[in-house]
Design a protein around this ligand. Structure first.
Ligand code: GLU
Length: 450
């Protein structure tokens, strides 16, 4: 793998992380990406080195791994593994989603939790970083099975949570339905209607308007800012959004509202190419109501094609929004996008672009928005949900969306200005890593050796 040269001190820290966390490649990748940006920070803040801030930040405060036993509809006993990594609480209670997917393991949860620390810091909200999940595969499971799994998962996890301690939300495989079952079980066990213990709740029972849309909308607000900084707009641009889950659907919605044309989306079975523009009502019906596979889209939409196993990045576009999962866009895919005239790439998912892909975008001068900045709208709106819960209030859609847009603008400005100060204008990766890190590091120094 191609690698940037690291400062010697940082290299030693990185080697130690790899040695102490074997067989966790995604965690190593996420740490490496942040350390690659930190050279100027350690030069500027010798006290960070004295307090061993980088080494401490790479070590989670607490990691919980637990058995999740449950019974399927046939009465068969099933065993899954649950995780919660409480990574850093210097800025607030641990905050971050739960992912239910067969690929979940400790390394995946740690990469997500690590990224979450800096993402949450960038939002400017008082939230620390954490992540959790299980290697449970919700695909094809009945509603009853999902409920029993969530109840069993929470029966262990509840003791680690609390509105001032740790506040999970959704991620892949966890949406409002799952948060409902998790919240119901938490309430039953604790005998407390503690709304602020989970976010992404239904709007009838303590959820915030705009939370469902927030990650996708936020990513589009971010790319609109990136294009604006280059003196161009989104209107009329051809876009490709990978995935067809919550992030992708609402990225498509906002892109369309802003006059862009989204010509492709995908799921793990393949790619839908719809040159006239994705029919969003149909997509929502398939994914949110019917919970069906994307392939049925073409049965109801003449002119669209489904390519089983196809590569979405070969569809020419000016704006790409990878919104499916980690490492879904390789160096080679990045070269294809560049060759096809792509202007901007914004990460709706967490770490969807490999290190090689990011390098290819930077080399080609493509505007690149890293997930920890660009997809922070989801968790930022979770913090707005916590705010509403704490004050027993609920805000209008317009007010909440306005707050989200302002947060995304501010994150964009912070990244841009930080990169500029460091002599790397337009490098949002450096801007996001350094700005997020400095904020957490200052708080850790202030709070002492804890
Ligand atoms: N899972 C989302 C993320 O990656 C949201 C987390 C949250 O709202 O706490 O940021």
């Amino acid at each position: 793998m191609l690698r940037a040269v690291l400062d010697e001190k940082l290299e030693t820290i990185f080697d130690d992380v790899v040695r102490r966390n074997p067989a966790e490649p995604e965690f190593h990748q996420a740490v490496r990406e942040v350390l690659d940006s930190l050279g100027p920070v350690i030069a500027k803040h010798p006290d960070f080195a004295r307090h061993k801030i980088i080494q401490r930040i790479c070590e989670p405060e607490r990691q919980v791994i637990f058995r999740v036993p449950w019974q399927d509809d046939r009465g068969e006993v099933q065993i899954n593994r649950g995780f919660r990594v409480e990574f850093n609480s210097a800025l607030g209670p641990y905050k971050g989603g739960l992912r239910f997917h067969p690929s979940v393991n400790l390394g995946i949860v740690k990469f997500l939790g690590f990224e979450q620390i800096f993402k949450n810091a960038l939002t400017g909200m008082p939230i620390g970083g954490g992540k959790g999940g299980a290697d449970f595969d919700p695909k094809g499971r009945s509603d009853g099975e999902i409920m029993r799994f969530c109840q069993s998962f929470m029966t262990e996890l509840y003791r680690h949570l609390g509105e001032y301690t740790d506040v999970p939300a959704g991620d892949i495989g966890v949406g409002t339905r799952e948060i409902g079952y998790l919240f119901g079980q938490y309430k039953r066990i604790t005998n407390r209607y503690e709304s602020g213990v989970l976010t992404g709740k239904g709007t009838d029972w303590g959820g915030s308007l705009v939370r469902t849309e927030a990650t996708g909308y936020g990513a589009v607000f971010f790319v609109a800012e990136m294009l604006k900084a280059r003196g161009v707009g989104l209107e009329g641009r051809r876009c490709v959004v990978s995935g067809s889950g919550n992030v992708a659907i609402y990225a498509i919605e906002k892109l369309q509202q802003l006059g862009a044309i989204v010509v492709a989306c995908s799921d793990s079975d393949g790619v839908v190419h719809d040159p006239l523009g994705i029919d969003l009502d149909l997509l929502k019906q398939i994914k949110e109501v019917d919970r069906a596979r994307l392939s049925v889209y073409v049965e109801r939409r003449p002119g669209a094609q489904h390519r089983p196993g196809g590569n979405i990045w070969s569809v020419p576009c000016e704006v790409a929004v990878p919104s499916a999962t980690q490492n879904e866009l390789s160096g080679r895919d990045a070269e294809t996008l560049v060759a096809n005239g792509c202007l901007a790439v914004v990460e709706g998912a967490n770490m969807p672009c490999t290190a090689e892909a990011v390098r290819a975008f930077h080399t080609a001068g493509v505007a690149f928005g890293p997930g920890k900045a660009a997809n922070a709208g989801g968790v930022a709106t979770s913090a707005l949900e916590m705010q509403q819960n704490a004050s027993r209030d609920s805000w209008t859609f317009e007010h909440t969306e306005h707050r989200l847009a302002a947060i995304m603008e501010s994150i964009h400005r912070t990244c841009l200005e930080t990169a500029e100060e460091l002599g790397m204008p337009g490098n949002y990766v450096i801007g996001a890593n350094v700005a997020g890190f400095e904020k957490v590091a200052r708080a850790m120094v202030a709070l002492g050796l804890v």
